[in-house]
Design a protein around this ligand. Structure first.
Ligand code: AGP
Length: 614
């Protein structure tokens, strides 16, 4: 997710901003930029790539001295990661500079409106809309803060915005909705940041902005209101983290931070998917409805955790669209001579967009005349560039080697794809699709509920930390969840862990069950009556052989309680969506167990974040 810094005070703003952006580098980004308020108006510089590129630009063409400005590191969502799409964005008169984090859901409507009013856009971003809107608003309301509030009232979606106005020097404005913004309070200087790492070098006094609030900072004052200009009370707090902890948002590990970011990652991945006609829209679909109607077979290819997201996808795709769907490891795909033609849609899933096995598989698929749609978290990476269509997950950069928010947002993107097919093929009525979208919209809250119960999982990890072998069982969509739980544990805790389809137990795996072996069991919601009963029998089977059983089961289902040593409660959600809540305790468990064993959770041995060799 983008990094944002705003500064007003007496120091050279460019130094404060560049320092802040460097401390926010951990968030991941693909371009950077800075804008200063100078005696001669806004002076700005921006550059694609790492901050060292922006440094180069600033050294070659230093910006005039200034003590007020904004800076940004961008993680591309709308538009490629290039110089033009980098922030800040200016209005045509170069009076306003805007930096933005998030997704402005109604930007297409606003852009049309502004273009009709004669505004020209230079970038492909949703963010530029704000600069032009603010310029237009200033024609009616001369006070920039008032005009800014009026702009915020028109925006839908998620945004952190930070703005400077050349005609109001010494003032920096910020606003937030569904995206973080923190104020840093100094002596004779004040700061804005997407998190405290932006200003921790200068002050440890911070104010967290609430939802739908606007802040105006000058060197000596911080004024916070709601979007209508009504004053709101704020509370200062002292940040007692050092710089490295601040980068991780106060968490011990990036992985833990990313686990806790999952409600937001899911919400962001769902944002902006409904068009003005109430129908599902997928921005970079690039395949026409006609082409999609021709699809008679879907093959999902991916590696590791992304492959498990694909396994979940199969259940949703086949159930909602009735299109046959296969799921295959990308590393195996092209070596088995798969049957492909132009009616086959190959769906690749990759968080990084650079995994070599997946890349080679999609190249092969396209050579065989199949169409390729990629689900990816990294805008501008190789796999989406080489695909016919893309659905970007909006999880923000994933730093920890073990994928967490990447996985959940991939699963959400797969559901969106399945529903889109159902819409295009007429396999579901609009109101049926809407019902599922409504259920999906409730998932961030459900995931939060699981996270709020993290303590129970930590205690469990403590009790199981001496076990050298742990099993995971699941059925239906719980099966890939079991596989993912086992993979997380292997990756992080270096413990022997295996996931099984519970129905397979009696065909072999039950032989390894002995006294005290912990077995996690993902219990399907009772809506899947037969399956639920069958898994209760499976729990009894392993328990009878001495296993220590840990049931992940929906609230209100007490049928497993007599056979479970531990019960982890999951919020009630529809069967097909259960992986989104059931995976989270397993991520927390692996992270905590690895921590207790003293391992480096973010950089496990022998593993790389992006596997760019076959
Ligand atoms: C998951 O925790 C992994 N580290 C790994 O399995 C990963 O999911 C796999 O390498 C695929 O990566 P990708 O999604 O970036 O293509």
């Amino acid at each position: 997710m983008c990094g944002i810094v705003g500064y007003v005070g007496s120091r050279p703003a460019v130094d404060v901003i560049m320092g802040g952006l460097r401390r926010l580098e951990y968030r991941g980004y693909d371009s950077g930029g800075v804008a200063l308020v100078t005696a001669n108006g806004i002076a700005s510089a921006k550059k694609a790539g790492k901050l060292v590129n922006l440094d180069g630009v600033l050294q070659e063409n230093p910006l005039p001295a200034s003590t007020t400005g904004v800076g940004h590191t961008r993680w591309a969502t709308h538009g490629a990661p290039n110089d033009i799409n980098a922030h800040p964005h200016l209005d045509a008169s170069e009076r306003i500079a805007v930096v933005h984090n998030g997704i402005i859901e109604n930007f297409a409507v606003l852009r049309d409106e502004l273009e009709d009013a004669g505004y020209d856009f230079v970038s492909e971003t949703d963010s530029e809309t704000v600069a032009h809107l603010l310029h237009r608003e200033l024609q009616n309301r001369p006070d920039v803060t008032e005009a800014f509030r009026a702009v915020c009232r028109r925006l839908e979606g998620a945004f952190t915005l930070v703005v400077v106005d050349a005609q109001t020097p010494g003032r920096v404005l910020g606003a937030r909705r569904n995206s973080p913004l923190v104020v840093g309070r100094g002596e004779g200087e004040n700061f804005l940041g997407s998190d405290v790492a932006a200003f921790i070098e200068y002050t440890h006094t911070a104010i967290e902005l609430g939802q739908d609030q606007v802040v105006e900072i000058t060197a000596d004052a911080v004024v916070v209101t709601d979007f209508d200009g009504q004053p709101v009370s704020t509370k200062e707090y002292t940040v007692d983290w050092d710089v490295s902890a601040a980068e991780k948002g106060g968490y011990d590990w990036f992985m833990l931070k990313e686990i806790h970011e999952q409600p937001q990652a899911i919400a962001d991945t769902l944002l902006g998917r409904i068009g003005t006609d109430g129908r599902l829209q997928l921005d970079e679909m690039r395949l026409s409805d006609g082409e999609l109607r021709e699809v008679d077979k879907i093959i999902v290819i991916a590696c590791g955790t992304s492959y498990y997201a694909g396994m979940v996808a199969k259940y949703a795709i086949e159930h909602w669209t009735r299109i046959p769907c296969e799921v295959e490891l990308a590393s195996e795909f092209r070596y088995r001579d798969p049957i492909l033609d132009h009616t086959t849609l190959v769906v690749s899933i990759s968080q990084s967009g650079e995994t070599m096995d997946t890349l080679m598989a999609i190249r092969y698929a396209r050579e065989q005349r199949a169409r390729v749609l990629s689900i990816c978290n990294t805008n501008g990476s190789t796999i989406p560039r080489e695909s016919d269509a893309v659905i970007y997950t909006h999880a923000g950069p994933e730093i920890a080697v073990a994928s967490t928010k990447g996985f959940l947002s991939q699963v959400v993107a797969c559901y969106l794809l399945a529903l889109y097919f159902a819409q295009v093929k007429g396999a579901k009525y609009g109101d049926e699709i809407q019902l599922i979208l409504d259920e999906l919209a409730r998932i961030p809250q459900a995931v939060q509920q699981v996270l709020d119960n993290a303590d129970q999982i930590h205690k469990l990890a403590d009790r199981l930390s001496s076990n050298r072998s742990i099993m995971f069982l699941g059925r239906h969509v719980g099966y890939p969840v079991a596989l993912e739980g086992a993979l997380k544990l292997k990756e992080l805790a270096y413990v022997h862990a295996e996931g099984f389809a519970a129905g397979e137990l009696k065909h072999g795996p039950i032989a390894v069950i002995e006294d005290g072996v912990p077995v996690f069991v993902v219990v399907p919601p009772r809506a899947r009556d037969q399956l639920q009963e069958k898994i209760v029998s499976n729990i009894q089977e392993v328990r009878a052989r001495g296993a220590r059983t840990i049931a992940l089961v929906e609230e209100g289902d007490d049928t497993v309680v007599p056979y479970s040593d531990d019960v982890i409660r999951l919020p009630r959600v529809p069967t097909l969506l259960q992986p989104l809540v059931a995976t989270v305790p397993l991520q927390l468990f692996a992270c905590e167990l690895a921590t207790q064993l003293g391992h480096d959770v973010d950089q496990p041995r022998n593993l790389a974040k992006s596997v760019t060799v076959e």
